[in-house]
Design a protein around this ligand. Structure first.
Ligand SMILES: Cc1cc2nc3c(=O)[nH]c(=O)nc-3n(C[C@H](O)[C@H](O)[C@H](O)COP(=O)(O)OP(=O)(O)OC[C@H]3O[C@@H](n4cnc5c(N)ncnc54)[C@H](O)[C@@H]3O)c2cc1C
Length: 322
């Protein structure tokens, strides 16, 4: 069975959830083999084994930390030439998509981004599902040239445990001079609170202009904390400076696909939907019964968010005490 390369997303030895999701998708196409760039593979190995990695190509080089994304694309291109995999899967993050694009150019291959599901076609080749134009059109696409490269959105595929040996295979790697033209000059670890990462969270609570102000927006944080959720925001909120741009969901913000998305005081403009409409369950709270968000909501509450949300928080607290 041909290998399917999965580029691991990790922080040191901590494997990100999206990597497990990619392993599950890869197993549908062939034998999952992880490509691990940088240190930490020994610590990450157990989790990779739990989700079905047959082997882990470990390139423990300092070049990955020092030079933006080009060395990772170079490493993948080399492994594509050596291993002739059936496909390469990367996370559909900003970095992952850039790596996918660079790898496609290097290998003369087709690339599919914003993939929300992966299946094997009749010939075994990957078929990628996309939701386009705010989810109004579903598209299935295949790659017609080279090695299929797919950037799969975090949270789109459910990770399923499937034990594998995760044999560690060292790979000697030094980035070329061409891959070192953009240098990382400083790493600043983002202030991470208790809340989960927005793109990886199982539950996201997002607030819109309906919250009225930066002060009003704190009610979104309170509901998120009650649910153990990440906080998101519409562009109206981030443009107004009520919440940082890093939390914007939508076409020009983050793409999320949680189990549960709660849209509070958000109208549901197509640009917002583009970033959240693949969420598994959507709840909308809006005082306007005609708000477009209700068209895609599984559950809707028509009401003033400042009356509805405190009641919700109370009920959640009572439920936790049971
Ligand atoms: C090129 C481009 C890119 C864009 N990218 C993005 C993007 O990435 N993300 C994004 O979000 N937008 C994006 N936008 C903007 C988008 O078109 C909308 O303007 C924006 O999403 C509106 O945000 P909103 O729903 O919070 O505000 P509004 O559209 O003003 O909606 C506010 C909602 O709150 C409700 N409301 C008001 N008060 C209350 C209350 N007390 N209780 C309950 N409900 C209440 C109202 O009924 C209304 O439905 C983009 C636009 C363009 C042109």
């Amino acid at each position: 069975m041909a290998e399917v390369l999965v580029l691991a997303e990790h922080t040191g030895g901590e494997v990100k959830k999206v990597t497990c999701e990619l392993l599950t998708a890869a197993a549908r196409l062939g034998e999952p083999a992880v490509v691990w760039a940088g240190p930490g593979a020994e610590q990450g190995r157990a989790r990779l084994a739990e989700y079905g990695a047959a082997r882990v190509y470990v390139a423990d080089s300092a070049d990955f930390d020092g030079y933006v994304v080009a060395p990772k694309a170079e490493l993948l291109a080399r492994l594509v030439a050596e291993k002739a995999p059936a496909a390469v899967l990367v996370a559909g993050t900003t970095e992952g998509k850039e790596i996918a694009g660079r790898l496609a150019v290097k290998t003369g291959s087709g690339v599919l981004t914003d993939v929300i599901d992966v299946t094997a076609g009749p010939d075994g080749a990957p078929v990628a599902a996309h939701a386009n134009f705010g989810g109004s059109i579903s598209v299935h696409a295949t790659v017609a040239a080279g090695t299929p490269i797919l950037a799969v959105r975090p949270n789109a595929v459910s990770a399923e445990p499937a034990p594998g040996p995760a044999e560690l295979v060292p790979v000697a790697f030094t980035a070329s001079d061409a891959a070192k033209t953009a240098t990382v000059t400083e790493h600043v670890v983002a202030q991470k609170g208790e809340r989960p990462d927005l793109t990886e969270a199982q539950i996201v609570v997002s607030g819109g202009r309906g919250t009225g102000s930066a002060d009003g927006f704190t009610i979104i944080e309170q509901l998120a904390d009650a649910l153990g959720a990440a906080v998101g925001a519409s562009r109206a909120v981030t443009d107004a400076g009520w919440y940082p741009h890093a939390f914007q969901v939508g076409q020009t913000g983050k793409t999320v696909s949680p189990q549960l998305y709660v849209a509070v005081g958000i109208s549901g403009a197509i640009q917002h939907r583009a970033g959240m409409q693949t969420s598994k369950t959507i709840i909308a709270i809006n005082k306007d019964p005609e708000a477009p968000i209700f068209e895609i909501a599984d559950y809707g509450i028509v009401g003033d968010l400042f009356k509805v949300v405190p009641q919700l928080i109370d009920e959640i607290a009572k439920h936790k005490q049971l």
